[in-house]
Design a protein around this ligand. Structure first.
Ligand code: FE2
Ligand code: FE2
Length: 288
């Protein structure tokens, strides 16, 4: 059963806002499931990253919306957003540094309370202003999930590629961890990806390829039965030439070369964030 059920009384009636709120509720449920299932640290870490990233994105959109609708209480609302974002970043930081120091259930309770409270008490207040300025929604919708990126400069590491436009991609995710599947789907949907197909094993992935050719594949390395490398080799043997990103929790010496020889274009390390997903996929897809 879901930890937090979406209900009609949470609907503001502003489609963009309701969509964002539903994604946040999904992520919260996901984090709760990870805790209940005693998931590996990297999975819960990835959910927390996705939660913080998506929260900041949603706040940016909402603030643009309120500004465009000339909502007079924007400064106070923005201050609340900043406080919540700081608290959420702090939790994520503490969890990354020392997972045991974070009482996961308390964190869930905190996140649930602020989400519900904030929607019902604060977000509903700007509704009349937005309804009176319908053009505000169009302006706020222009903010993308990976928006507000700093300039593409990375002095030490490899060059940061132009971010890929996920709205033009249909993605096949092959991963046997249901929590991870949903994190990836949530991030991809948040990035505007119109089609995300989930397969929970290599053989299910190969079956999916028979009826649908994606433009990008995200493949877990470690899976029961045929592993990710076996899947990639078989897909390449069938002539599927689309970019493939392999998700790996850790690396072994020489693994990169073996995987590249099998047909893998790039590697995504856990815990994943929206930002490292965008950067890795952009590298795999290449310019143009
Ligand atoms: Fe909101
Ligand atoms: Fe808000």
């Amino acid at each position: 059963m879901a930890y937090l059920n979406w209900s009609d009384d949470l609907e503001t009636g502003i489609e963009m806002v309701d969509q964002d709120h539903r994604v946040l509720v999904d992520l919260l449920n996901q984090a709760h499931d990870c805790i209940g299932a005693g998931e590996e640290t990297a999975t819960l870490g990835s959910v927390l990253h996705a939660l913080v990233d998506y929260t900041e994105y949603h706040f940016a959109r909402e603030e643009r919306l309120m500004q465009a609708a000339r909502y007079p209480e924007l400064p106070a609302h923005r201050e609340l957003h900043q406080r919540l974002a700081r608290q959420a970043r702090d939790i994520r930081g503490r969890y990354a540094a020392q997972p045991d120091s974070v009482n996961a259930r308390e964190v869930m309770e905190f996140l649930r309370t602020w989400l519900i409270d904030h929607i019902l008490k604060q977000d509903f207040r700007y509704r009349p202003a937005v309804t009176a300025h319908p053009e505000a929604v169009r302006l706020a919708s222009a903010i993308t999930f990976d928006g507000n990126r700093p300039a593409a400069v990375n002095e030490d590491g490899p060059p940061v590629p132009e971010p890929v436009d996920f709205r033009a991609h249909s993605v096949l995710v092959v991963d046997d961890n249901p929590n991870f599947q949903i994190i990836l789907r949530t991030i991809l949907k948040g990035l505007g990806c119109p089609s995300v197909v989930l397969a929970d094993s290599a053989s299910a992935g190969l079956t999916a390829l028979e009826s649908h050719t994606p433009t990008l594949m995200l493949v877990d390395w470690r899976m029961d039965g045929m592993d990710g490398l076996g899947f990639v080799r078989e897909a390449r043997r069938r002539g599927i030439a689309v970019p493939i990103v392999m998700i790996s929790g850790y690396s072994e010496p020489g693994f990169d070369k073996t995987a590249q020889a099998a047909g893998v274009d790039a590697f995504l390390e856990k815990p994943i964030t929206a930002r490292n997903l965008v950067d890795t996929v952009s590298r795999a897809v290449g310019p143009g």
